[in-house]
Design a protein around this ligand. Structure first.
Ligand SMILES: C[S@@+](CC[C@H](N)C(=O)[O-])C[C@H]1O[C@@H](n2cnc3c(N)ncnc32)[C@H](O)[C@@H]1O
Length: 216
């Protein structure tokens, strides 16, 4: 899969390459490219945004700048999904992550300040996605969330078996995963459920199934 991120803060995507799950799939299952709108802007002095028509505070990411960035990368609007990250979009959930992880190529567009000129969303994108009903200062953290959530669904990203039963997965009936415990078995009087120490894998499995909770 190829994931392309367009941003004004390319540095934000450095550390994630060094860490799992990305580090495990980069160069094999995943190619991650990061583009800076300023590198292809048709405006002078690296300008990418402008005052809002109608007045008001803040700066708006220009449609010609985003179109130029897509032209430079793809020679036009690409044939694959182009996703703008915006608090006004459809909320990201595990079903959408699974859907996106099955794509061969994806483009993520992030903005800062007041956000995108509406024509970017209307004419250059296929999807608008939010990572939750709150406003962040830029699309980099949302893009990192999408990249990470997708990467862990790719083959080889996780140690064998660890991604099968997880919260929101089909194996957990789209609910919340059972609780986990590790050593020490007792700490300040807080004990690990006895069944997990029993060595009886059948009972442990049954207990874990009981503990899967419905997501609220
Ligand atoms: C300060 S926000 C703009 C908020 C916009 N003026 C509004 O009220 O809807 C700047 C940028 O951060 C990103 N962003 C902020 N919150 C987000 C969220 N919850 N999900 C996805 N992207 C978000 C988007 O790229 C957005 O254009």
């Amino acid at each position: 899969m190829r994931l392309d991120v367009f941003t004004l803060v390319p540095d934000a995507f450095a550390w994630i390459r060094e860490r799992r799950p990305l580090a495990a799939v980069l160069g094999t299952e995943l190619e991650l490219r990061v583009f800076n709108y300023r590198d292809s802007t048709p405006l002078t002095a690296g300008q990418v945004d402008d005052d809002p028509y109608g007045g008001g505070p803040g700066m708006v990411l220009r449609v010609d700048v985003v179109a130029a960035a897509l032209d430079a990368a793809y020679g036009g609007i690409p044939g694959h999904r182009v996703i703008a990250l915006s608090p006004q979009g459809a909320q990201l959930d595990q079903d959408l992550v699974e859907e996106l992880a099955a794509e061969d190529a994806l483009t993520l567009l992030s903005a800062r300040f007041e956000g995108f000129d509406q024509r970017i969303l209307d004419h250059l994108c296929t999807d608008v996605v939010s990572i939750g009903p709150y406003v962040l200062s830029g699309g980099e953290i949302p893009a990192l969330a999408v990249v990470d959530a997708i990467a862990r669904r790719l083959p080889g990203a996780l140690t064998a078996g660890s991604g099968e039963i997880e919260s929101f997965s089909a194996a957990a009936d789209a609910g919340l995963e059972y609780p986990h415990y590790t050593r020490p078995a007792e700490f300040r009087g807080w004990e690990v459920p006895e069944i997990l120490l029993s060595g009886d894998h059948g009972r442990i499995e049954a207990w874990r199934r009981e503990q899967v909770r419905a997501a609220s």
